[in-house]
Design a protein around this ligand. Structure first.
Ligand SMILES: [Mn+2]
Length: 352
């Protein structure tokens, strides 16, 4: 099914073969989970090149693929497979310069063309099995969030909170995290990507927690800003605006809308409240096998939302040196609108 769609796209793009090198794409198109694997797919053959360690696993996981053992790097083998072909689609964003040079030399007169957009596009709309896995990954994050609230107290280091999150996610069935834990307290909450540090949490501070589980190779993502004791009054104002922006965007989201239009809904709310300059990132992103996938929700995204897409909606306001607030849920684009998959509370949480 995935290979049929891929070949259809290859035909449309006049690519008689593609070379797939990044692990998420290797997994998506073949089911192979080893750390060393390269796919070479033509209109009637499909090959998986891997080394000695993975031959048995490859034959088991990559249904219908001809497994070729390559114990050093695969460019010579790729050269042989591409004999007589006019062009090969590659992934330019993940190939190293060295790999590219080797493939180019091995491919001889055969043209190499970037095919990343074909692979991205095929992964944009999730199938029902993927949606089920993502729901579970999101449930795990919700539960880990509920559990971490008890651990948040003055004197605790951000890194300790990150470690507790890791324990919770893994006890709940995740294989790990989908990206480095963001635990940003006090002034650090103004850093949109404030990865957990050795800073200790102090009474009266905001703490932004942004984390995700990796479950059966799929990623979840959520953010909440909570407060350790009574915060400054201004935080209530920021929180109200960010929540209003987030809910307005979720309400408005529907198939047929562009990523740019969705972004504008939230940006409008924050702009009208006077904080437009302090929301410097996009509203959200798709996610799946990778934490950031296309389409995005930002000021430049012209891609149109379709049912089956899974996206984050995560506006924020960050006042440098002072602090910030972000609220992030994951939503599923349905036939008529958006279903919010994240269940964690969005109330103004004060932990005493
Ligand atoms: Mn996110």
């Amino acid at each position: 099914m995935r290979i049929d769609k891929l070949r259809q796209a290859m035909t449309e793009n006049e690519l008689p073969a593609v070379l797939i090198t990044s692990s998420p794409n290797v997994f998506y198109f073949s089911g192979f989970t080893g750390t060393n694997g390269t796919l070479f797919i033509t209109m009637d053959r499909k090959y998986l090149l891997t080394d000695f360690r993975y031959i048995e696993q490859a034959e088991k996981e990559a249904n219908g693929f001809e497994v070729i053992r390559v114990d050093s790097e695969p460019s010579v083998e790729i050269g042989k497979l591409s004999e007589g072909l006019q062009s090969i689609g590659i992934e330019e964003n993940t190939l190293s310069w060295a790999e590219y040079r080797r493939f180019k030399e091995a491919a001889g007169n055969c043209r190499l063309a970037d095919a990343s957009e074909i692979f991205n596009r095929l992964r944009e709309v999730k199938d029902p099995a993927e949606i089920e896995i993502l729901r579970k990954a999101i449930r795990i994050t919700d539960e880990a969030f509920a559990m971490i609230l008890d651990r948040l107290k003055p004197g605790v280091q951000e890194e300790e909170i990150a470690l507790e999150l890791e324990f919770s996610l893994r006890r709940l069935g995740a294989s790990g995290r989908s990206f480095d834990y963001i635990v940003a307290s006090g002034g650090r909450s103004a850093l949109p990507h404030g990865v957990a540090s050795s800073k200790k949490i102090i009474a009266g501070e905001a703490v932004t927690l942004d984390f995700g589980a990796k479950y059966q190779w799929y990623c979840s993502d959520m953010t909440r800003t909570v407060f350790i004791g009574q915060p400054e009054a201004k935080y209530r104002e920021l929180y109200r605006i960010v929540l209003e922006a987030q809910e307005a965007a979720i309400q408005a989201l529907k198939p047929g809308m562009t990523g740019k239009e969705a972004d504008a809904v939230a940006r409008d709310v924050i702009g009208k409240a006077g904080y437009g300059d302090f929301f410097g990132h996009g509203l959200g992103h798709s996610l799946g096998l990778e934490i950031h996938e296309t389409p995005r929700l930002n000021t430049r995204e012209n891609k149109v939302l379709e049912p089956g897409m899974i996206l984050t909606v995560e506006p924020g306001i960050y006042l440098p040196g002072w602090g910030g607030v972000r609220i992030e849920d994951v939503i599923l684009v349905t036939n008529f609108g958006a279903e919010v998959l994240t269940q964690a509370s969005k109330q103004f949480i004060i932990i005493d």
